[in-house]
Design a protein around this ligand. Sequence first.
Ligand code: BES
Ligand code: MN
Ligand code: ZN
Length: 501
Amino acid sequence: MDYSITRQPLSELKADCLISGVFANHKLTSASQRLDQASNGALADLLKTAHLDKPGDSLLLHQVSGVGAKKLLLVCLGPKKEYKAAAWRTALASAIGQLNADKSRRLATSLLDDPWPGADGLRLAREAVLISEEALYRADSCKSAKNRDKASPKYPLQGLQFWTPDPTDGSALESAIEQGQAIAQGVNLAKDLANLPGNICTPSYLAEQAKKIGKQHKALKVSVLDEDDMEQLGMGALLSVSHGSRQPAKLIIMEYAGGKASAKPIALVGKGLTFDAGGISLKPGAGMDEMKYDMCGGASVIACLQAVAELKLPLNLVGLVPASENLPDGAANKPGDIVTSLSGQTIEILNTDAEGRLILCDTLTYAERFEPTAVIDIATLTGACIVALGDQASGLLANDQALADELLAAGQASNDRAWQLPLWEEYQKQLDSPFADMANIGGKGAGSITAACFLSRFAEKFHWAHLDIAGTAWKSGDKKGATGRPVPLLMQFLLQRAGDK
Ligand code: BES
Ligand code: MN
Ligand code: ZN
């Protein structure tokens, strides 16, 4: 969909449908008041007959006198006293979803105007684009054309104009919309890659997609290490996972140069397990299909590099995605096997299902060569993180509190929140092994923390944070599908690092 800004008088806007907010108990927002005046009070009269109480309740009106748009959708923002972000999000999503099934193609909305006290108008504009794209997203690329057509709307939405009354800084709003579009495209890319099944989205497929993106941007260079390269380097931990699979592992390297040549890059490292059956420590069958989502961290990294290149952000950024399958096989890791990582540290593999940390640890060591100012890894790493935080917050652990604080704040600002867990020294001993430098699992308690403890041993040379997105990267049940998280959080962080707010 196309997004733009309009400053025409609200009642004169030409659109198939104009979306305007109202509060519960027939209270008008300031934008709706303008429309009411233009209609000589007809709007307030019509509203009295409707029951709009909860956020998202709506009333569709045709050809309201004095209003230029063909239709007017009044959408409820809930009680005025309680109005804040959650109600605004629900209202916008419900309006877009509803109008996508309507004959309207060109929409306009006044929902950016008149927010709650303390709201940041520019962030709101960015988020409005994300919410709209979220409402329109379909994962139907694997349906046959006939069924795809059946499910897709007859009159797909084409454009959304955001109305704003005499803004003080027009260009800031314009660039917020642009940022929203780039981030939304990133979120959609992350979802598309993640929703693909494991037989299509293999490590090689991921690498090809990354290369394709690289070709579209001058400042983006994409290269891929294959298993021979990894062998030469000594990535024994990563390779031990892919040996159990017929699909060769790939290490995707995306380098974006948008900052000064002398500026040290930020590095994003994303777990790209295109299917995790657990290996010899096989997972139970129920719900195992969802382990195609074990590459969501990698997808989010590829998506961020695309979005950053699209926005030409003035910074340097490296994306590293180790991609592999984890399957049971005669050549697969066995419990008790000991491997030597790229760092030289040896690892006793007590559970072959704790494979994410094995492919990540070698990639973290590899990240050292870029001399990064900060490294953030993103991984669907532990079921324990779902137990701890559910599907609301990603788990955050870090060896540098300033970096952790920055990411927590970025999560708040983008409504893609993370919650910090401790990385205390005392947890490290859970990884003791009698035979190797460490074990790859930490026993019963604190599974997300011991996983991060493991990674921290490969992140001693830089500021590092780890996002465990096991609970946030996709939804299960009848709404099954990737969420695109934490692309909004990461993009907010990167925009801030690039000097934006
Ligand atoms: N990819 C899984 C983690 C996971 C499980 C994410 C379920 C989302 C939903 C990871 O590779 C894994 O299997 N972790 C094990 C670690 C354990 C063996 C220490 C887990 O969480 O059970
Ligand atoms: Mn696993
Ligand atoms: Zn996994």
